[in-house]
Ligand binder design. Structure first.
Ligand SMILES: Nc1ncnc2c1ncn2[C@@H]1O[C@H](COP(=O)(O)OP(=O)(O)OP(=O)(O)O)[C@@H](O)[C@H]1O
Length: 560
């Protein structure tokens, strides 16, 4: 095989062929193929008389998760094999849109009499495909992100009860195979009860792990993050790359990660394949966390949302409709719309006063090399220190129309330990913007004039559920809380329109006068009624005064 030999092909002309060979297809030994490897693609051409266009497959190495070489058990067969695994975006057969679909390309190498020589050749190909596809993932915006190294020691926590109780089946059907194809060894941990993951994270020897991945709904990640931040070495612990695979019924963070990758919306198993693919590629980004202070419970950390009013009520009330699957949110929304009510309270916030330089910040992102050479943590100084009143005015002029959402969640209360002030000694980063809950908010905060609300929703990621794009312009580490509220007086029909528009993230274009959207860095909510529901990341927390402050890029998440 002459590596200098190339085909007369435009594509190959622009990307020089670095390896060329002629092999038979693993699937059909009668089919002979010319296989070319460039820096960007694997090109497979059937050597037959049929028209060229129909016979050629060009597979982008960006879509490749791995490649391996092997021999079959049959000692009489001197051939060796190499197989490459791709998950390209393909048009769906049934509905419109695209989703990632698995493509396996396998070849039989039997040119030489010596089986070892054939295996060496197969290994050369498999290695070349792996190295070139790894190079593709490190190149982001033309900048080399990191070097390949392996293997990664991954803990994969699966909650067998999440969603419809199918997380383990989904792992067996998809994720196990994908991780094997990508050569990512992992240890499966099946969670046994509520708070199991939290306890594990508090006590784990994190030097043993390069990534902690959860396959569940958002509730399990909430436990993992809070467990990590309860450790005395929280600063190091929270830098452990985290990953999410959708196994619940809401899957808000998984949908957000998919959304940030720029791909068109998908749900269910297609979302799982997309997130599995991103996990195999191993790019790590920073993710904002928000510290949440409650009246008498310990401080919590939240990665997704804080909700009160209509949204929180629908979340909780729809639990009893779980048997109808994802449709429970629709049922819950309709039921709550029928008995629409007003929630009284006081809302105040610190507007975001600086547009962060996201480009600069994203350069801090690194690739998960699967060997724990972590990136520098996002410096706390990235948080804007400015409280300039002219900036506040500018931000107040950026009012948008609002949104709402619902989410899948369960009624699970967090452990309760008295803690009234924002300054109490505790693990996790200190809050610099909050005063104790029993003192008035700082003077430079904005206090909302209205005291009658239909809902308040603070979001820090784009999705509130797989099909609810609540904060379309949110990014993983923008250092912002996207605060939405709906003022009392909205009609049922208008509220329903907002919900429907949110499926495509179009709720802010509905020109609803009752909807307000602000970008803030901290907020405080003081409900007036003695009873009610507040949720954090879909978890029910202590009802009463609550305040929150964003910590930009505090955690690290495997993304695309
Ligand atoms: N084996 C288990 N049995 C019961 N509960 C568990 C088990 N393992 C974990 N849990 C609890 O279940 C919760 C899982 O909720 P999670 O949000 O991850 O799934 P879900 O509620 O099914 O998903 P979604 O919120 O998307 O509907 C965790 O907070 C954890 O406390």
């Amino acid at each position: 095989m002459d590596p200098r030999r190339t085909e007369p092909d435009r594509h190959i002309d622009t990307n020089p062929v670095t390896l060329y060979g002629e092999f038979t297809s693993t699937g059909n030994r009668k089919v002979r193929c010319a296989v070319s490897l460039t820096d960007k693609d694997l090109i497979v051409q059937r050597l037959s008389s049929a028209p060229v266009g129909r016979n050629k497959v060009v597979l982008s190495l960006r879509d490749c998760v791995g490649s391996r070489a092997y021999r079959e058990d049959d000692n009489a067969d001197q051939a060796a094999y190499f197989t490459a695994y791709f998950y390209p975006l393909k048009r769906r057969w049934v509905s419109s849109g695209v989703s990632r679909q698995r493509v396996e390309q396998g070849f039989r190498l039997a040119a030489l009499q010596d089986p070892r020589a054939n295996l060496e050749e197969a290994e050369k190909w498999a290695r070349a495909v792996r190295e070139r596809s790894a190079r593709q993932r490190y190149l982001r915006d033309g900048v080399l992100m990191s070097e390949l190294s392996c293997p990664c020691r991954m803990m994969l926590l699966v909650n067998p009860q999440s969603g419809k109780g199918q997380a383990l089946t989904l792992y067996n059907n998809h994720i196990q195979r994908m991780l094997n194809e990508a050569g990512v060894p992992h240890t499966l941990v099946i969670t046994e009860r509520q708070n199991h993951a939290r306890e594990l994270m508090r006590e784990a020897d994190l030097s043993q792990w390069d990534a902690i991945v959860i396959m569940s709904g958002d509730g399990l990640l909430f436990e993992v993050i809070n467990g990590l931040l309860e450790r005395s070495d929280w600063e190091e612990a929270i830098r452990t790359p985290l990953g999410i695979l959708p196994g619940g019924s809401g899957n808000a963070l998984a949908a957000s990660v998919h959304h940030y990758s720029g791909a068109s919306p998908v749900s269910s198993e297609e979302l799982l394949i997309s997130c599995g693919f991103l996990l195999c590629k191993g790019l790590v980004s920073h993710m904002d966390l928000v510290s949440i202070h409650l009246s008498s419970s310990p401080r919590l950390f939240s990665f997704l949302s804080l909700a009160w009013g209509f949204v929180a009520d629908v979340d909780i009330e729809s639990e009893k409709y779980r048997h109808v699957g994802a449709a429970r949110f629709t049922v819950g929304t309709l039921v709550r719309l029928a008995s629409l009510r007003v929630y009284k309270g006081r809302l105040a916030y610190l507007p975001a006063t600086l547009v962060y330089n996201n480009q600069e910040h994203s350069r801090n992102n690194k690739t998960l090399h699967y060997n724990n050479q972590g990136s520098t943590p996002c410096p706390a100084s990235i948080l804007c220190p400015s409280r300039d009143s002219s900036c506040q005015t500018a931000v107040q002029n950026t009012f948008h129309n609002f949104c709402h959402s619902n989410n899948s969640l369960k009624v699970r209360r967090t452990e309760s330990v008295p803690s009234r002030t924002a300054t109490k000694a505790q693990s996790g980063p200190p809050d610099s913007l909050l005063l104790p809950l029993d003192q008035p908010v700082p003077r430079d905060w904005v206090v909302v004039q209205e005291e009658d609300f239909v809902l308040m929703l603070a979001m820090y990621q784009s999705h509130l559920a797989e099909d609810l794009l609540a904060a379309p312009d949110s990014t993983l580490d923008d250092g912002l809380i996207h605060l939405f509220y709906v003022k009392a007086g909205i009609s049922r029909a208008a509220l329903l329109r907002l919900f429907l528009a949110m499926e495509k993230g179009a709720h802010m274009a509905t020109n609803c006068q009752h909807l307000v959207h602000m970008k803030v860095r901290a907020l405080r909510l003081e409900p007036f009624s003695p009873k009610g529901i507040i949720t954090v990341d879909g978890e029910v927390v202590e009802y009463g005064p609550v305040q929150a402050e964003v910590h930009r890029g505090l955690a690290r998440l495997i993304t695309g």
